[in-house]
Design a protein. Structure first.
Length: 151
């Protein structure tokens, strides 16, 4: 996504008009339009002021993606009680059918045993509780996946 599109999406999410942003920053509406269409770029000071206005960090503003932000906000709004009720395998299985079919072709028991040993080792060595150790192990697997995708 371009910086201009990020600026546009962040402004819209904030419920502000180009005129409103221009007034707050002391620039013309045309300047805001040029930034949002990538005709010109705001300088670093104006970029920081935009980030503050949109209640984002400068990094978040540069990489602003409305879909990602909406997912992150939905996660924050979801209570632990609701999370417990979700069948995550079935939910993700709609996108990744292998999650629903692998038990027919793979015996998960030895893998589960090895993962349980890794989880116990992580808890013992780090002092994490069960949930934190599980989340850290899941994050490590995700990072391994990203590294392998890159090749």
């Amino acid at each position: 996504m371009s910086l201009g599109n990020s600026l546009y999406q962040a402004r819209k999410k904030s419920g502000l008009s180009q005129e409103g942003v221009a007034e707050k920053l002391g620039v013309s509406r045309q300047t805001i339009s040029k930034w949002e269409t990538d005709e010109t770029l705001p300088d670093i000071r104006q970029s920081k002021r935009l980030a503050v206005l949109y209640k984002l960090s400068l990094d978040e503003l540069i990489d602003f993606d409305l879909d990602i932000q909406e997912v992150q906000e939905a996660i924050q709004r979801t209570s632990a009680a609701v999370t417990e009720k979700i069948d995550w395998t079935r939910a993700w299985g709609k996108k990744y059918p292998v999650l629903l079919t692998y038990p027919e072709t793979v015996d998960p028991a030895p893998y589960v045993q090895e993962l349980a040993a890794l989880l116990d080792r992580l808890k013992r060595e780090s002092g994490y509780n069960e949930l934190d150790a599980f989340l850290v192990l899941k994050d490590m697997l995700a990072k391994l996946w990203q590294a392998r995708k890159k090749g």
